[in-house]
Design a protein around this ligand. Sequence first.
Ligand SMILES: Nc1ncnc2c1ncn2[C@@H]1O[C@H](COP(=O)(O)OP(=O)(O)OP(=O)(O)O)[C@@H](O)[C@H]1O
Length: 274
Amino acid sequence: MSADPLPKDGSRLEPGPEPVRAPGPAAEPVLRLSAVRKTYGSSVVLADIGLDVPAHTVTALIGASGSGKSTLLRCVNLLEEIDDGAVFLDGAEITDPRTDQDAVRRRIGVVFQAYNLFPHMTVLDNITLAPRRVHRVPRAVAEGEARELLARLGLADRAGEYPDRLSGGQQQRVALLRAVATKPRLLLLDEITAALDPELVGEVLAVVRDLKEQGMTMVIATHEMAFAREVADQVCFLDAGVILERGTPAEVFGAPREPRTQEFLRRITEAGRL
Ligand SMILES: Nc1ncnc2c1ncn2[C@@H]1O[C@H](COP(=O)(O)OP(=O)(O)OP(=O)(O)O)[C@@H](O)[C@H]1O
């Protein structure tokens, strides 16, 4: 199998030589949120969110339950309509009403807490459905790529199984493969280990680690603080719909500035989760 089945620019094209970059402004982020505001009725769930996610980096969203992490991801994937502000993917505003939302969603992979595999389809069919139907990849090519991905996770022998024959950890790993099979530009992971027995969490996080090594750009909402600390390039602490603090893991976990971040991390540490 190839060493790197996921092209780092998210395209299906053979990678060309690295472009020579003139010194100058930093490269455009894959994802940019600008002054995003989201309300449900009278309650403000996201307020003035600004965020840049550079290519090939991992951004972890941390914060208490209800702080707005999932809502932020849903706004990026256009599952929620924002009230104000803008979201940009590769510099193009995707919250513009004229945007082809299906085209945007084809470029963004999402995995939720519940694996949501199609129960009536085999593992192989779950993974190849979107590449074949949405991206028009020939069946033989899609299946070849899916088998490579499965082999990489030690799941080659499960290709013909139905989801209910797999453990929760295996189902979630298949869900991750299904999301990356379309070679998305951006991958959003929403509490992907929350429904798993503790002994199955590690195998799923190992896949995320592997995707990071391959250069996948990811935004992860997580309560797995130790994992966020290890894998993230940028950590954002959300508090009541505001990014109260952001920085490298060393900054946010090692020397949090804001009292509310300190308090949150103290509780997490006391609970033995950091
Ligand atoms: N469809 C909805 N209608 C009304 N309120 C909602 C809706 N979805 C979320 N909320 C509210 O928005 C706030 C943020 O919720 P969200 O799920 O984004 O938080 P979270 O940080 O992801 O929480 P958790 O860690 O528990 O998943 C909460 O107060 C929640 O009750």
